[in-house]
Design a protein around this ligand. Sequence first.
Ligand code: ZN
Length: 240
Amino acid sequence: MIENKACPYCRRSLIKAENQDNSRSVEHLIPNAVLTRRRKNDEGDFYACRKCNSKKSNIDYILGVLAMGQSSDNDLAADALIKAVEKDNGATKRFIDMVHTARPTNEGTVHAEIPINAQELIEYMHYLGKGQYFKLEHKLYNPRKQVMLVKFDNKLALSSLEGSYTGQHKTNPFQDLQQNSYTEVINNGECLIWAKNNKFLFVFHNYTAIRVKVLSKNKKNIAKVEKSETYLYRYFNYGR
Ligand SMILES: [Zn+2]
């Protein structure tokens, strides 16, 4: 557990008193919602303000269902989606909507629209990037001097990558990634975090990935970020 005094997400100072927006609360960067078992140790946990923590946790749950729902373990995938549809919480409608968009593809898989919009997704990827940056650098991400380039890959992209990688190297990319010395392995590989030189790759259940680069703020990098966000706004339209 890192005993930090400011929120790595919004930079505000944290207080010990409870029930305020800036009250400190324990943050697991990788949420239990994305794992099939709760983790036992608190290594890498830090404090975040209550406001950021609760905003992030809404999407933690959605990401968890999506990542498990794209798992190559069919039982886990079906179970996660059925539970999400049956569970009566604020996100139920999203998963019912997603089921309604599901269509079989020519490759024998099912395609469904991801029930999350670009704004939520970008915000979430920023949480992951800021948290990981803080864990490694022990300093706060500074939006006046830095920008964050974020990308999201789903099963379609990752399984095609897996195929070409295995064809070329005769090994599995996710197993190779687990062995890599820059990779942190959580719950036997349910989540992998590869981090090097302010570049991070988060892989959840093999087929959902988030890529983050923390870059210095300049014209060229601002343009890169804009281009990548425009792309996300084009493809993730849930609720808009
Ligand atoms: Zn905060």
